[in-house]
Design a binder for this molecule. Structure first.
Ligand SMILES: C[S@@+](CC[C@H](N)C(=O)[O-])C[C@H]1O[C@@H](n2cnc3c(N)ncnc32)[C@H](O)[C@@H]1O
Length: 224
């Protein structure tokens, strides 16, 4: 049996209690370095309870956090799409790190939806200051609002989710996507990141979605 490097690292860390906080610290430093180099603020884990805003879906929302840019970039590179035919939408975009990485690809347009106004504002500032030379999509917008009230445009889309909310809200979002698809059938891809049971609970079990790939951090689905 071939054991992947990732699995070996996992069991190595599991056997050494001291290694977990050290690795967390290393990851955090890498993240801060990336922010510093690019003149942005995307790091950290922020529980929504610590943010000053009201929403009936606040308690169902999961804390802000983001993947390392390299993970997002490689997932985007492998998408089986002609980028300029698709819009990219990050549902629950937080500080917008995924929007920054997506802007390196020639999507038709990029939209982030975020209900915490403080995070949405940080995402807008990040877009202003992102200095990466490879930014190719410039039509980018951050919408402050609840994902449950956001109306999808009738166009080919890549929808991105990174563990944004609990199943009660997720089911309603999926129903809204379904309603939109039934009104305007089109190519619709979903990138869903989170633990595997969450991915299965969100899209994996639904017969109308075909799973195109599964990676340690991400599933990609296409609406049939
Ligand atoms: C785990 S973070 C992911 C952030 C971003 N997608 C990324 O990968 O960098 C989840 C985000 O979803 C947002 N969120 C949770 N529930 C939401 C809702 N109902 N409407 C809009 N945003 C929501 C949270 O505020 C948080 O910023």
């Amino acid at each position: 049996m071939i054991i992947s490097a990732r699995e070996s690292l996992k069991s190595w860390v599991k056997a050494r209690a001291w290694a977990k906080p050290v690795l967390r610290e290393i990851n955090h430093s890498r993240c801060e370095a990336w922010d510093l180099i690019h003149g942005v603020d995307t790091c950290g884990k922020i529980p929504l309870s610590g943010l000053d805003f009201d929403s009936k879906n606040k308690t169902a929302g999961l804390e802000y956090q983001s993947h390392h840019p390299a993970l997002t970039r490689s997932a985007l590179m492998e998408l089986p799409v002609q980028y300029d035919d698709y819009s990219f939408i990050d549902i629950g975009c937080g500080k917008g790190r995924v929007l920054l990485i997506a802007s390196e690809f020639p999507f038709r347009r990029i939209i982030g939806v975020e209900f915490a106004p403080t995070l949405a504002e940080i995402a807008r500032n990040n877009l202003q200051s992102y200095r990466r030379a490879h930014t190719v999509c410039t039509e980018i917008e951050v919408v402050t609002g609840d994902a449950l009230e956001y109306n999808l445009a009738p166009e080919a889309q890549v929808l991105y989710f990174f563990s944004p909310f609990s199943p009660s809200v997720l089911d309603q979002i999926v129903q809204r996507i379904e309603d939109s698809f039934q009104r305007s059938p089109r190519d619709l891809l979903v990138m869903f990141s989170g633990v595997i049971p969450m991915r299965e609970r969100a899209f994996g079990w639904r017969p109308q979605y075909e799973r195109l790939s599964r990676k340690p951090h991400m599933d990609v689905y296409r609406h049939r």
